[in-house]
Design a protein around this ligand. Structure first.
Ligand code: SF4
Ligand code: FES
Length: 383
């Protein structure tokens, strides 16, 4: 099938995609309410098969992609993960597995290592099982994650942990960092949850207050000092939520600039959240990746600065932040071409300020969050 809607051809200036995120599946044993997967993920039923994934990886590598992330959903539910990792190694990718750790065991870690996987990043929800269970919908997951973090390290990988921070766990950041220290982590990403997909649905229940954020940053800074005094090499990266910045991030380094996602059904996206935008993204089943990257209307829509409206159009900073994030602009204003409201020059910045004010209300419980799940997702498939 050919998409006849494209009119833009390669401008000769667009560089190659350097990063490929392979979202192997939307299936996942957990139900994290901060998940960035699309609300209607249940509508995606026919995942690419092994041969289709290998073809997509081969095409991306031929275009110049060097970094490959396997994610999901939970990529470990794909029984062909080891085959895909081996192919990635043969093609010359640097490969990273982004996982909850569920579905992993010592023998699978060994099989992935033998297949040539370069890096594993495990996510933790909290320092204690109760909060982890309230946010991820599983009582058993926490203990399993800790065991797998240790097993990954024992297999010779650096232990890289990702902790998604939100208003229900950020006050326990001291205990979270202590747990990572005790586990022997080499690097910890303390990433305040970005508000896309299910996380956006749960925004009011997830966004921390300014006071919570300030205290968490101060605690992280104290931990950095203490670790340095002990000569302990555990890198702590603290990622502030967009809603507390006054300038937006240059999302994905710019739309269709260096980053490409292939979704479970083969849809090719400039970022993991873009499929909810009011536009159509071609799939690898329809067209070659090269053509999608360089020639599709979807990838060319927000390249460069011609699409920008005021205040970005005449702003001196437009090449630094490329007007921010298209998905955030859409989620907050309904217009994907709007200036990202995170920017305090945006006429819609009051929306972000209202969300910050809302976050000052401290009466919400983690139990009120809507878990990411197939049943709820089917509701969004129909709307
Ligand atoms: Fe960036 Fe646009 Fe804000 Fe200028 S107005 S700082 S280009 S988002
Ligand atoms: Fe889609 Fe920023 S997450 S452009």
């Amino acid at each position: 099938m050919t998409d006849h809607t494209d009119t833009v051809t390669h401008d000769g200036q667009t560089g190659a995609p350097l990063w490929l995120l392979a979202e192997l599946t939307y299936r996942c044993p957990l139900q994290c309410s901060y998940c960035s997967n699309p609300l209607d993920f249940a509508a995606v039923e026919e995942e690419l098969d092994t041969a289709e994934w290998i073809d997509a990886l081969t095409q991306a590598r031929a275009m110049g992609a060097v970094q490959l992330g396997f994610s999901g959903g939970e990529p470990l539910v794909r029984r062909d993960l080891e085959t895909l990792v081996a192919e990635a190694r043969r093609l010359g990718f640097y490969s990273n597995l982004i996982t909850s750790g569920l579905g992993l065991d010592e023998s699978r870690i060994e099989a992935l290592r033998e297949a040539g996987l370069d890096h594993i990043q495990i996510s933790l929800q909290a320092s204690d099982p109760e909060v982890a269970a309230a946010v991820a919908g599983s009582r058993k997951a926490h203990g399993k994650k800790l065991a797998m973090a240790r097993a990954v390290k024992a297999a010779g990988y650096p232990m890289v942990l990702n902790v998604v921070l939100h208003r229900h766990n950020i006050d326990r950041i001291d205990q979270i960092i202590a747990l990572c220290d005790e586990l022997g982590a080499d690097a910890v990403e303390l990433a305040n949850c970005q508000l896309y997909g299910w996380a956006h649905l749960n925004r009011a229940g997830l966004l921390p207050s300014a006071a919570q954020l300030e205290a968490a940053e101060a605690t992280t800074a104290r931990w950095r000092e203490r670790l340095a005094e002990r000569g302990r090499d555990m890198r702590l990266l603290f990622v502030v939520p967009d809603y507390y910045a006054d300038r937006p991030k240059a999302c994905m380094g710019g739309w269709g600039s260096i980053f490409m996602t292939v979704a479970p059904d083969g849809a090719v996206l400039p970022c993991h959240s873009a499929r909810m935008l009011p536009m159509r993204f071609p799939t690898v089943r329809e067209r070659p990746l090269h053509e999608i990257w360089y020639q599709s209307e979807a990838f060319n829509r927000y390249r460069g600065d011609a699409w920008m409206s005021e205040p970005c159009r005449s702003c001196d900073e437009r090449h630094r932040d490329v007007g921010g994030c298209r998905c955030q602009a859409y989620l907050l204003t309904g217009d994907p071409a709007a200036t990202d409201p995170v920017c305090d020059l945006s006429p819609d910045h009051h929306l972000v300020e209202a969300a910050r004010r809302e976050a000052e209300d401290d009466t919400r419980s983690a139990r009120e969050l809507t878990p990411r799940n197939v049943h709820e997702s089917r509701v969004f498939c129909r709307t």
